[in-house]
Design a protein around this ligand. Structure first.
Ligand code: NAP
Length: 478
């Protein structure tokens, strides 16, 4: 069988490694960019780090004794993926600069076309295209009239020198918080345009000392233990978000409230920073230095709504003009794109646009009826809000291998979930959402067009159990 993997980020590299381990060496990875690394290639803003501990945000089979910090910076993470891709022989399989623009199921195979004009045919396609990769610029009047540099956090312009400048950051999500803490000491003045205050869970990001790094190198088994311990801890977090009333959630809330009370001196500012929704309803933000950053003399939190952007800066609804030299939009992503805008045509000519109208769905986030032999990693409605996406992808890939095994064993040539299985799963998923934290009264990118979280509502152990092996009764194998 021939395999096409779309995307050479964390999930695509993983897919390639796991296929090779199973003896499937006829594979190619299509990567639109000129380097691998997915989100860690695209996001290069100052302060970027992963707020999942590094020893958990690593492949289970490739622990890294060299992580510099508990939460290591983005370039180190990108370097890790490059190293793993080299070590496991993935890199030579990647076709860089080739964006798959179309793939069509015809005569029992996927026929792919790339923007570079290449065509290819594969028996199986693994869509490893990521979740948050289409930047969302804010819909603010006059944004394009701004006279200075204006860019999205995921399109950071490294030619722009921020030193001494008047800089505005729109947004106070996970990305903005990292940027703000990183640039506040460099810029002349910083305006933080906050539409909704975030809850901040306090974490310190300590660097590993030489002794600890040496111990990790000398006792690799400790890395596996650490990975497993962290995975357990994060299972606790998953339990918290899927049960709004849980004890774990109450502890998260207590820590966030205490952080606000103890870190913000000015009572007036403290109230403007106090969210009116429960912690973890929006994606919980981890930071040990955000409150400190925004209380610096050169920083100002602007809570008045934005009226418009003008050439000189941002005008707020009270008529005030906040003059700026640089405007940064840390305004998030279109979270429901997944494989789009790729043109995907399944069995019987059904398009992905039709199948995903009005919203994306896949059985267990992996398989779409009438799109045979197409498996998604970190697809729609998975556990994006509560866990390390690496472990999620590893479990999904192991599950997908179970489906691929059916094909490899010759028990059929095409396999995809049945409509009935997907519908039943979706019904159960939606029914379960009522007691999750995401529906307790906030807006966030987790919510779909109906206001239903596009996430996994059950404890993580249930996800592990669901991924243990495919239930073939849910599949149409021909
Ligand atoms: P985000 O969480 O969607 O936050 C976007 C921010 O921009 C919000 O504060 C939002 O305000 C604001 N905003 C959007 N449009 C606006 C407008 N028109 N006017 C004013 N404000 C506007 O995006 P993100 O911070 O890039 O994070 C996205 C996700 O990426 C995170 O939730 C997380 O999953 C992931 N991430 C992870 C890490 C990590 O360390 N692992 C780091 C960064 C990002 P409202 O709240 O009012 O909508």
């Amino acid at each position: 069988m021939r395999f096409a993997i779309i995307g050479a980020g964390m999930s695509g590299i993983l897919a390639s490694i796991k296929l090779s381990e199973a003896g499937h060496d006829d594979q190619v990875l299509y990567e639109k960019a000129d380097r691998l690394g997915g989100t860690w290639r695209e996001n290069t803003y100052p302060g970027i780090a992963c707020d999942v501990p590094s020893h958990l945000y690593s492949y289970s089979f490739a622990p890294n004794p060299g992580w510099s910090h508990q939460f290591s910076p983005g370039d180190e993470i990108e370097g890790y993926f490059e190293r793993v891709a080299d070590d496991y022989g993935v890199t030579p399989r990647i076709r860089f600069g080739e964006e798959v623009t179309r793939t069509e199921w015809r005569d029992g195979r996927w026929h792919l076309e790339t923007g570079a004009g290449r065509t290819d045919a594969a028996d199986v396609v693994i869509a490893a295209t990521g979740v948050l990769h289409h930047p969302r610029m804010p819909d603010i009047a006059g944004l394009d009239t701004f006279a200075g540099p204006c860019f999205h956090s995921a399109r950071w312009d490294h030619d722009v020198d921020l030193a001494g400048k008047r800089v505005g950051v729109i947004g106070t999500g996970s990305t903005a918080v990292q940027i703000i803490s990183a640039i506040v000491d460099e810029v002349g003045h910083l305006d933080v345009f906050q539409r909704t205050p975030p809850w901040i869970f306090p974490v310190q990001n300590t660097a590993y000392g030489e002794d600890e790094l040496a111990a990790f190198r000398e006792h690799p088994e400790r890395l596996t233990q650490l990975h497993d311990t962290l995975a357990e801890l994060f299972s606790g977090f998953a339990a918290a978000v899927t049960e709004a009333d849980s004890v774990q959630n109450q502890s998260i809330a207590t820590a966030c409230v205490a952080n606000l009370e103890n870190s913000v001196a000015d009572p007036e500012l403290r109230e403007r920073l106090r969210p009116d929704y429960q912690p973890a309803c929006k994606r919980l933000i981890m930071s040990g230095d955000y409150y400190e950053a925004i209380q610096k003399p050169n920083a100002e939190v602007v809570t008045e709504g934005i009226e418009s952007v003008v050439p000189e800066g941002v005008r707020t609804k009270d008529g005030e003009l906040h003059e700026l030299d640089v405007l940064i939009c840390a305004t998030g992503f279109k979270a429901d794109s997944f494989m789009r805008p790729m043109d995907i045509v399944g069995r019987g000519g059904v398009t992905l646009a039709e199948a995903w109208d009005p919203r994306p769905n896949a059985y267990l986030s992996i398989s779409i009826p009438d799109f045979p032999n197409l498996f998604m990693l970190n697809g729609p409605n998975g556990p994006v809000g509560n866990f390390s996406l690496i472990e999620v992808a590893e479990l999904q890939m192991a599950y997908s291998m179970g489906l691929i095994d059916e094909l490899a064993a010759g028990r059929g040539t095409e396999i995809c979930a049945t409509q009935a299985a997907m519908d039943a799963h979706e019904e159960a998923r939606v029914a379960e959402m009522g007691h999750t934290i995401w529906v307790t009264g906030c807006s966030s990118w987790y919510l779909d067009d109906r206001g239903i979280p596009a996430t996994w509502p059950w404890p993580f152990e249930d996800f592990r159990a669901a991924m243990a092996a495919p239930d073939l009764a849910a599949y149409d194998l021909r």
